[in-house]
Design a binder for this molecule. Sequence first.
Ligand code: HEC
Ligand code: HEC
Length: 211
Amino acid sequence: MSVRTSIAKITTISILLGFFSGAAIAAGDVAAGQAQAVTCAACHGQDGATAIDPTYPNLAGQNEVYLTRQLQMFQSGERDVALMSAQLIGKSAEDLADLGAYYASLPAKHSDAQGSDDDIKAAEAIYKGGIIAKGVAACSSCHGPNGAGNAQAGFPAISGQSVGYTIVQLTDYRESRRGTNDAYGSMMRGVASGLSDGQIALLADYISGLH
Ligand code: HEC
Ligand code: HEC
């Protein structure tokens, strides 16, 4: 199978998957989510975007389908992070949907990329065009030209995200360390497997400044 065919295939699969899984997650209640979020603020910040550690993710403005699915996967252990799973003990499916709705309702954070013009240009080329020779699909095809993601498909917003967090996640996908459901996870594993450490660092900085 040629690289071009495999990229076309990934895109088709991703559109189909987004269509089905988006529909499978019920909409949550923002006020009920806010009431539960007091404990979450201890690590993710009062506004969902000022975490206590620079490698912890911003949640504010992330889409609801993605957030709720990640919470489900932390709870089930599919995304195996003890720190997060411990926060979700005893929570119902509705509780998780409410938390997803609450964080999706908060305004997203913006920041600026720190890299040189050359670094930003190199990252932008990958972001918008992929790396054909390595089978890396353009990030923009799923995460959008400004990194806003695709709310309906549940593809995450990645713009304005903490640089340290993005580096860890891209590396973990590449090394198959980030657990996720097969359908969604294999999309990012395929993409990340063609990225070097240097390219991941450039992309993480570039993405942090997208908006
Ligand atoms: C003790 C600190 C801590 C607390 C408290 C905490 N989190 Fe987290 N959270 C983390 C860390 C660390 C990660 C990143 C995990 C990783 O490395 O994949 C994370 C990741 C997440 C993610 C995934 C974000 C993404 O972009 O994929 C969501 C969603 C989330 N947390 C929601 C919550 C909610 C809702 C609560 C409250 C019920 C909560 N967190 C409480 C530390 C915490
Ligand atoms: C075929 C669609 C697709 C392409 C192309 C794609 N992504 Fe993704 N990306 C996804 C999906 C779906 C997820 C969520 C996967 C999961 O549930 O673990 C994701 C997750 C991520 C995350 C984790 C977000 C978080 O909050 O934890 C980052 C970072 C990311 N992608 C960056 C990129 C970069 C950089 C590129 C380009 C080199 C890229 N993606 C290309 C679909 C895609």
